[in-house]
Design a protein around this ligand. Sequence first.
Ligand code: G3P
Ligand code: MG
Length: 220
Amino acid sequence: MRLIAHRGFADEAPENTLAALEHAASSGADVMELDVRRCASGEVVVHHDETVDRVTDGSGRVADLTRAELAGLDVLGSGEGVPTLAAVLESVPDSLALNVECKEVGVAAEAAELLAGHDGDAMLSSFDRDALAEAGDAAPSVPTAFLTDSLRNRPVSTAVEFDCDYVHPHYFLPLLSKLVPRAHDAGIEVNVWTVRSPSIVRLLGLRGVDGIVSDRSDVL
Ligand code: G3P
Ligand code: MG
């Protein structure tokens, strides 16, 4: 089963930083998941929340802060600022694939183009259909994943509609045992999020999921 380090194993390392990238690579992850949005000076930066308040010593919206201002912050006491996606791509080791989650429409095209120019394996994921469409138009060769926490979003049909290679349902989604074979029949792999418990991982393995997103490196 594929192990995807959620924000770089967020229980163990400062989320979405270069330190987390290193930690994920050295702790057995196959893939690092990270979140991207656009900052005030235009770069694609790696940050989960709309504001920097929760995880840095600063405050304000990412969209209102420049790359230099974000770089000068301290993420969760690591001494490291908010990195750009370009910096992550320069640092990622060959052994580690990336799952770049687009938190906004309007960032996906550039993120997809950056991934298309990257030597290693990388996919782009989003809850937002418009972001998936944007990525598909900008860089059709980059694999994509449809993220969802609701069956109302018709996970497999939507993944097929947007030509995704993966569907990423929440692990709590009902009828997962039906979703997995339907996805596989359509040639789509299933990675579920965000799992902390080894016993749930065992159950998900029995249901045939292909990968899990986790905050912990020891969950398998
Ligand atoms: O990849 C799944 C997960 O990252 C989606 O939720 O809020 O942690 O980005 P969130
Ligand atoms: Mg995410």
